[in-house]
Design a protein around this ligand. Structure first.
Ligand SMILES: Nc1ncnc2c1ncn2[C@@H]1O[C@H](COP(=O)(O)OP(=O)(O)OP(=O)(O)O)[C@@H](O)[C@H]1O
Ligand SMILES: [Mg+2]
Length: 258
């Protein structure tokens, strides 16, 4: 037994001095510039900020999809930035789920085969428990009668819900979603967002989501603002209004910083 943390106070993901530099010939882009942050387990956090502020870079470093220039990233007690390639492959396979703006489904496979893909790619046998979890996910996501369809036979919102089920099938510690509603109309986007919120509230998942939409961010428990690769704001229990105000303050901050 570990120390007497309550579920909500456990830290699922954190960063200390996390930095990513990209070299362009002689010049250097500081995509991420010394980020310190903690994300609680069982919380839904949205990350917002101008284009190029480092949102995707932060998610990629935290999920072990890309390497840091310096600093540390942790998933629970595991230091992601200290893992070798084989360990990173295992971490990505077993402990994180990723949802992208473009759903990244395989067109020749059915929805069900796409959802099971993380298991089949890992050469895992699909168990009765996996099937039960698939059916619970499909039910919650409104996909039960779509599992035999291929992506081309599904709407954008349905395709993104398949991608979310795929990210959840291994019951990862954390789901990272990079603009999951960016390619969806507002109705499909709302379906996806309410499912993400449900999976935090009812299934106990931890979600970190990048979005440009203050309405989408208001589904989260917390909004973290990034500007120029640094944390520039932190809003708890956001509303569309408080998020807009935070983004406005960011613009003023950036204007005075130049
Ligand atoms: N592979 C790369 N090589 C060089 N520079 C990169 C690379 N990836 C990102 N960058 C730069 O790092 C900075 C942060 O990029 P990042 O993709 O994290 O931004 P973002 O906040 O996700 O933006 P957007 O909202 O447009 O998706 C940008 O200036 C970008 O041009
Ligand atoms: Mg991005």
């Amino acid at each position: 037994m570990s120390a007497s943390h309550t579920h909500s106070s456990q830290i699922a993901v954190s960063a200390r001095g996390l930095t990513k530099h990209y070299g362009h010939g002689g010049s250097v882009v500081k995509a991420l510039d010394g980020v310190d942050i903690d994300f609680s387990a069982g919380q839904f956090t949205a990350i917002m900020g101008p284009s190029g502020s480092g949102k995707s870079t932060l998610m990629h470093l935290l999920a072990g999809l890309d390497s840091a220039s310096s600093g540390h990233a942790y998933l629970g007690d595991t230091e992601v930035t200290a893992l070798n390639d084989d360990q990173l492959t295992m971490l990505r396979r077993d402990r994180v789920g990723f949802v992208f703006q473009s759903f990244n489904l395989l067109p020749m496979f059915t929805a069900e085969a796409n959802i099971f893909l993380p298991l089949t790619l890992a050469n895992k046998k699909i168990t009765a428990d996996d099937r039960a979890w698939l059916h619970q996910l499909a039910e919650t996501l409104g996909l039960s009668d779509r599992l035999d369809h291929r992506p081309s036979e599904l709407s954008g919102g349905q395709q993104q819900r398949v991608a979310i089920a795929r990210a959840l099938i291994t019951k990862p510690d954390v789901i990272f979603a990079d603009e999951p509603t960016g390619n969806l109309d507002s109705r499909s986007g709302a379906e996806v967002l309410s499912f993400l919120r449900t999976s935090v509230r009812e299934l106990g998942r931890t979600i970190i989501m990048v979005t440009h939409d203050p309405g989408a961010a208001a589904y989260a428990d917390r909004v973290v603002l990034l500007a120029d690769g640094q944390i520039a704001g932190d809003i708890h229990e956001p509303t569309p209004e408080s998020v807009l105000a935070g983004l406005d303050a960011l613009r003023t901050y950036s204007a005075t910083a130049v």
